[in-house]
Design a protein around this ligand. Structure first.
Ligand SMILES: [Zn+2]
Length: 275
């Protein structure tokens, strides 16, 4: 039987605390991966702006250590299937590329997918046209353990999902707020134990557009441009049971409401929906 393969990718960074920790671990094990980064922070996207001085320093390190950088949209808040506004599309994809182009050597693009859901809300035809015209390679995934929801157990979920594929392409997040990367080492140990080979390139069936050419099915990810956004794109709050570190309940609310609630002394943490 041929060896099973795994491609790792880290989305939503760079993050001043989490990215260096992940890089240290990858270096120790001589693993090469890809970091899909966003150029601009916002309230939904807490990581560092890739274009900031510290962000660029992290991108330098990512490249120096043999990893790849990919484009994960400028603001990480616009589902491209909800718009056919060419200027907005250009800003979200091209605007981010302006910031990271020296780093994005393979011109990789991974769209913002609210909740990690593959649907026609991911792209409009105009967004696909932009990718093709500008010769991007679209990188999707086949394993999504939702590490932001299950920071303690995502690695087990990932291993289970990986059983379905000879070549897994996983999305996890180098973002401190999600607090999932402390489990990365345990995950890598288990991958090693199962003799799964970690590779840097992506499985062909996760790349429906290669260098601007449509080479795979994209019907399921292209909508009218007028799709309603997913309802997850909100700032959220999770009430935490500190002892068990389990999440008791989730609500979405505004930043002001969150700050008000925090004054009450409840154990809670800010969460981000729509990853
Ligand atoms: Zn993301």
């Amino acid at each position: 039987m041929a060896t099973k393969k795994l491609t790792l990718s880290f989305d939503n960074g760079p993050d001043p605390e989490c990215t260096p920790m992940v890089l240290d671990l990858l270096k120790e094990r001589n693993i090469k991966t890809t970091f899909f980064v966003c150029g601009k922070g916002n309230s939904l996207h807490p990581a560092l702006e890739a274009g900031s001085t510290e962000g660029l320093r992290l991108l330098d390190r990512i490249i120096d250590e043999g990893h790849w950088v990919g484009n994960h949209s400028l603001s990480h808040s616009v589902e491209l299937g909800t718009t056919n506004n060419k200027l907005l599309i250009e800003q979200e994809i091209g605007g981010n590329e302006e910031i990271i182009k020296e780093y994005n050597q393979h011109k990789l693009f991974r769209p913002y997918m609210a909740g990690g859901i593959i649907s026609p809300k991911i792209f409009s035809q105009e967004a696909v046209d932009f990718l093709c015209l500008n010769k991007y390679t679209l990188v999707l995934f086949n394993v999504l353990p939702k590490d932001w929801e299950n920071p303690q157990t995502w690695h087990l979920e990932a291993l289970e999902q990986m059983e379905n594929y000879d070549w897994s392409d996983i999305i996890i997040h180098d973002v401190s707020l999600y607090n999932s990367m402390p489990k990365l080492e345990e995950f890598l140990n288990e991958v090693e134990k199962r003799e799964i080979e970690i590779v840097q390139d992506f499985p062909p069936d996760c790349m429906p557009i290669v260098k601007g050419n449509i080479v795979g099915p994209i019907d399921g990810i292209v909508g009218s441009g007028k799709e309603d956004p997913h309802p997850f794109t909100k700032l959220g709050v999770a009430f935490i049971n500190e002892e068990k570190e389990s999440i008791l309940e989730r609500f979405s609310m505004s930043e002001d409401e969150f700050n008000e609630l925090r004054k009450s002394g409840l154990q809670l943490r800010k969460e981000v929906f729509g990853l």
